[in-house]
Design a protein around this ligand. Sequence first.
Ligand code: SF4
Ligand code: SF4
Length: 498
Amino acid sequence: MANFETPQLGKRLVTPRIKRGATSHLAPYVAKPEIQEPLGYPGELVDSWERVAIDKLGEMKGKYRSLQVFMDACVSCGACTDKCQFFLGSADPKNMPAARQDLMRSVYRRYYTLAGKWFPKLVGARDMTKEVLDEWYSYFFQCSQCRRCAVFCPFGIDTAEIAMAAREIMDTVGRGQKYANEVVGKVFKFGNNLGLPARAIADTLESLEEDVEEETGLKIRFPVDEKGAEVLMVVPSADFFAEPHVDGLVGYGKVFHQAGISWTFSTHASEGGNFGMFIGSYENMQRVSIRIREAALDLGVRRIVFGECGHAWRVAYSFLNTLAGPFDFLDPDYPVPQHICEVTYDLIKRGVLKFDKSQNDHMVLTFHDSCNPARATRMGDLPGGQFTFPREIIKATCNHFVEMAPDTIGDATFCCGAGGGILTDELMEVRVKGAMPRMQALKQVVDTDGVTHMVSICAICKSQFSKVLPYFKFNAKMNLGVHQLVSNAIILDNRNGR
Ligand code: SF4
Ligand code: SF4
């Protein structure tokens, strides 16, 4: 355990008394030139970086009209003040969403507003200095880009987008984040965030087939690079081997087996995640996305399905068609990428999948809505499908399900504390503090309803929970994915085995 104080969980969530500078010492490791350069960024701070940063801000506010609106629209109403989990967990006032925005707004005002040019002090305008850059590098990496604050802002000001823009500006001047940029580079080299070579993926899937055959007595396949399959399955690479992720991957395989749908992974696009979004870089997001298109065309699939990964689904849902489309070669019945929960939900509704719910009777479950599916996507044709689909699957597969408090789920959900590229060990203090509100809501249902397990549909959430649950005296193993429940309870037969 690291050397900092874990926030205490009380009876209910309280807004903390502010502690100035409480997390000002925290910042991620800086990327070295060999990590920066493959992404098209300078290896270190460029000459006259201040001018480069100001020009880049000017370019971005012209290109992304939302950024200009976000810079101008805040009226300091305070509605977002206590909405960020990183403020609630750290008490640092710079983690209040409007204060985080002001890190950029103060610079914007100085160079792009008349009042800021003539009367900087009066309007809180600041020169772009090394001190400001360091502050950006600290606090824009204490934002998980969860968009919770935007739900409560009367103008919909989205601090996530501001954080993305700030990171893009910092990358442009040569101050990039080691973790996220290294991950993007691994996708260019290996096809996935973890740097797993194709052979390792194929071997892992082969031994998984043996394990599942031992468990079920059935030949359930986990195919890779199989031309002519109907579905290309794109998963977060943690699904290939990490716990509890891999148990969900087994669930995907069982669903396809039972439904008689042929499917395959691709070693060229062995990653659903796309950290290009976290660093605000459409160019890098596109380079990652294109691999999925290339794999789909090469394998001749008719459908693309994404596994349980929150931000992957946001990129797939919101950006994939623009970045890597058109997907006019797909089956007209499935013309856009789907989420595995959409596939499973549909099969349940059509009576194709049946479950023995008692297989999950040893657990009392609650569901954590992950930020990106909750606040940046949908599932199916109905508003709110992103909330109902996973819940309907959970209820179809278990007998004991309990919701956490209404102001901590749905579109008001709290972040796990590690989205947006901060799932890295050097930011553990940020992660633990940011996890506090979710842990508080979990404690409530553990205490009152006997909840034993928390389910989610995001690889980052699962990885984060495995690490932070013990800080709050919960068992790390109480964390699992929706398709693990599916895997436990699905009734299989061999009619589709091949
Ligand atoms: S986007 Fe999320 S993490 Fe960032 S400031 Fe808003 S509430 Fe906090
Ligand atoms: S809620 Fe919106 S307008 Fe109000 S302080 Fe926060 S960002 Fe500004």
